[in-house]
Design a protein around this ligand. Structure first.
Ligand SMILES: Nc1nc2c(ncn2[C@@H]2O[C@H](COP(=O)(O)OP(=O)(O)OP(=O)(O)O)[C@@H](O)[C@H]2O)c(=O)[nH]1
Length: 339
């Protein structure tokens, strides 16, 4: 179970969560309450980190922000998908159960009939014997039909369960994807970062993390509108997906206009090289008007690179990469700094 607080503890958390909700602009929905409840209760450290980060860009959270925080750090898979899969699964189980029950009843009836036939056989009445054999044959046919129906239902059920399993897997993948940039979302990033650091790199190698942030992105929104800002985020997602091709590597949208690349089992030199190529590719990228092909804008990114140290925890590695990114910003942006 996710929540283990006693009534008095939860009452205190309720008070704290309500105070937080009052400080922001988002509506007082159950989703909003869950976000603040988990935060004030220290139940979800990833969520608290994300809230701390988001507070540096937005003082009063909107509905959108709260829903994103919930989606990325609390919700497992979206409610509708979970309900659909659960309904279908229950239907499959019911159909198989009904078929098994029907076969069971037929078998029971057949068993009773066989018992009574036994009695008639002892009587050795030839006329009765003929009708007995016909009845046994009919009972056997019924048994066969019922067993075949059960077999068909089991095969159909297995197929449906297999397809539900695939649906569930897709939903699980979707739950860790940012729909705009089509790279991992923050939740997916956290999972992959934990997995990366849990395994030791080969000798002479490290695990690398590149943090990438779009420069002066607020100006993009202010000058060209939020939709254009979204297109830039989308385009940066494409650059990352096209550039990061190492099989074990992963790209993620860390939050807002900040992205991250995880490079397990790599060298510092390779990480810097990739960061530099991401920077150059982004700079060369042109966002065009879709009808006239006119170049509307170009953007640059700043990056920070950190390589894992033995025993380092995920937040320490992120903090070092972030600090290096901050230095890139301080030194004039459009550059890569090693942490
Ligand atoms: N269009 C759009 N804007 C976003 C999104 N997420 C965050 N932003 C905006 O990104 C901007 C980030 O601005 P700042 O953190 O001030 O940074 P910046 O303008 O990029 O400046 P530097 O990072 O210092 O180069 C804010 O205006 C956010 O509203 C998004 O999903 N879409």
């Amino acid at each position: 179970m996710r929540y283990r607080e006693r009534k008095d503890q939860s009452a205190e958390l309720l008070r704290l969560a309500l105070a937080e909700m009052g400080r922001h602009d988002a509506a007082f929905t159950p989703i909003c309450f869950t976000v603040w409840y988990e935060h004030v209760g220290g139940i979800n450290p990833r969520l608290s980190q994300a809230i701390a980060h988001q507070l540096t860009v937005e003082k009063r959270f909107s509905d959108e922000t709260v829903e994103r925080l919930h989606r990325e750090h609390i919700a497992e898979i979206d409610g509708q998908t979970a309900e659909r899969i659960s309904d279908q699964f229950q239907r499959v189980m019911k159909n198989m159960g009904d078929a098994a029950h029907a076969t069971g009843e037929t078998a029971e009836r057949f068993g009773d009939e066989l018992g009574s036939f036994g009695g008639a056989l002892v009587a050795q009445d030839p006329a009765a014997l003929a009708s007995l054999l016909a009845a046994i044959q009919a009972g056997t046919e019924r048994m066969k039909a019922s067993a075949l129906a059960l077999k068909a239902e089991v095969v159909r059920g297995q197929r449906e369960i297999e397809s539900l399993r695939a649906d569930l897997e897709r939903a699980r993948v979707d739950a860790t994807l940012c729909p705009l940039s089509r790279v991992l979302n923050r939740k997916g990033f956290d999972q992959r970062l934990d997995a990366m650091l849990a395994a030791a790199p080969s000798s002479g190698r490290t695990h690398g993390l590149i943090m990438v942030d779009i420069d002066h992105f607020k100006q993009v929104n202010d000058r060209h509108g939020h939709l254009m800002g979204d297109r830039v985020i989308q385009a940066l997602g494409e650059v990352l997906r096209a550039s990061v091709t190492q099989p074990e590597a992963a790209c993620a949208r860390y939050g807002g206009e900040e992205f991250a690349v995880l490079l397990p089992n790599t060298t510092a030199g390779e990480c810097l090289q990739l960061a530099e190529s991401l920077r150059a590719r982004t700079k060369a990228m042109k966002v065009r008007n879709r009808t006239t092909n006119e170049v509307l804008l170009t953007v640059t990114v700043s990056a920070g690179v950190a390589c894992s140290r033995s025993g380092e925890d995920p937040s320490a590695l992120v903090a070092r990469a972030d600090a290096a990114l901050y230095r890139s910003k301080q030194d004039g942006r459009d550059r890569v700094t090693a942490g």
